[in-house]
Design a protein around this ligand. Structure first.
Ligand code: GLV
Ligand code: MG
Length: 349
């Protein structure tokens, strides 16, 4: 185990100092685009103003014969646009694939100073993070990258879930973790064919009625991802990094997408992936705090200026713990307000 005194030292001479804290940024949606498609690249200037994070996807969903074009398309769009306060990320191919090394070396060499975060798929344990951490430090030093590129892991194998706490604490480069429900379902042997969301057969049956006939009873659908999201949120929160819901594959079912994102938001996630333009608005709606909640949270902070003691508001007890909850909501609302003037007005901020 590495000594605490070594944890924040650069891993290569000339690499930038690791960050001590994940930068405070609004990241309600990580918007995926396939960078090998010219028409999509031409939309990037518009997308930059609409999304919080833009991600060039190089991994699954990019055909094997388009992997090189996706990588060079990503480098072209990274170099050719100004991203302002919108995050620029890429999802590279997994470490045991034939493409990962070229993804990492070419992108850091040619766009290292534009890139905020590398999303690493199929992370099995801290060893995957250590490998990428060391390689990034060497490449940053070699190519004069001045800000450390952060790592975001996808939690999408049974072994990764088992090791999630060690993954979250593996390096000061860790930005956060996303749930990858499609690969995770396959890895676990779950009997589904969906990308995220619920399943009609996964539920709890209401009790048998007095007649005991067993018919006409309701199956209350349960959230298949509750356990994993909770485990991921605890691993992230205890290491001061961010948790995200991943993809929701049924673009025709916006209410189900919204419900799934909202469960993740309430459990502690800060954002989700958007794979389709319609999901950008869903994520904005879900991962921006509710106006009435913000107003009530502001009243709590106002009623307890130093955050201690107990007061009653609308018949509800408030104390140090609800003050902290209120602060989480108000801090997020301030970040949203800085980007969204309409919500700033609605929140009264
Ligand atoms: C995402 O990559 C997933 O497998 O769900
Ligand atoms: Mg996956």
């Amino acid at each position: 185990m590495k000594l605490p005194s070594q944890f924040y030292k650069p891993l290569a001479v000339g690499a930038p100092d690791p960050l001590r804290e994940v930068p405070v940024r609004l990241e309600r949606m990580i918007h995926f685009i396939p960078p090998h498609i010219e028409k999509i690249r031409s939309k990037v200037p518009d997308l930059i103003s609409q999304v919080d994070v833009l991600l060039g996807n190089l991994e699954d969903a990019i055909p094997a014969d388009a992997k090189d074009a996706a990588r060079s398309g990503f480098i072209e769009l990274a170099r050719g646009n100004d991203f302002g306060d919108t995050g620029l990320w890429t999802r590279i191919n997994c470490l045991n694939s034939p493409w990962a090394l070229d993804d990492i070396t070419q992108i850091v060499a040619e766009a290292g100073n534009k890139l905020d975060v590398i999303m690493l798929p199929k992370v099995e344990g801290p060893w995957d993070i250590h490998y990428l951490d060391q390689l990034l430090a060497q490449l940053e030093a070699a190519h004069g990258v001045t800000r450390p590129i952060l790592i975001h892991a996808i939690l999408e194998t049974a072994q990764g879930v088992k090791n999630v706490e060690d993954i979250a604490s593996a390096s000061p480069r860790m930005h956060g973790i996303s749930l990858g429900p499609a690969d995770l379902a396959a890895s676990r042997g779950m009997k589904t064919t969906r990308v995220g969301g619920g399943h009609p057969f996964y539920g709890v049956l209401s009790d048998r009625g007095a007649d005991g006939d067993g018919f006409g009873r309701t199956l209350f659908q349960q959230d298949l991802w509750h356990y994993t999201v909770a485990k991921m949120v605890d691993a992230c929160a205890s290491n001061a990094i961010k948790a995200f819901y991943g993809p929701f594959g049924d673009f025709s079912d916006s209410p189900a997408c919204e419900a799934q994102f909202r469960n993740a938001f309430l459990q502690g996630c800060v954002g989700a992936w958007s794979l389709h333009p319609s999901q950008v608005d869903i994520a904005k709606r879900v991962f921006s705090p509710d106006v009435e909640e913000v107003k009530f949270a502001l009243r709590i902070l106002e009623a307890m200026p130093d955050g201690t003691g107990a007061v009653m508001l609308d018949g509800k007890m408030q104390d140090d713990a609800t003050w902290k909850q209120a602060k989480v909501i108000v801090d997020l609302a301030r970040l949203v307000a800085a980007k969204d003037p309409d919500l700033a007005g609605a929140y009264g901020l």
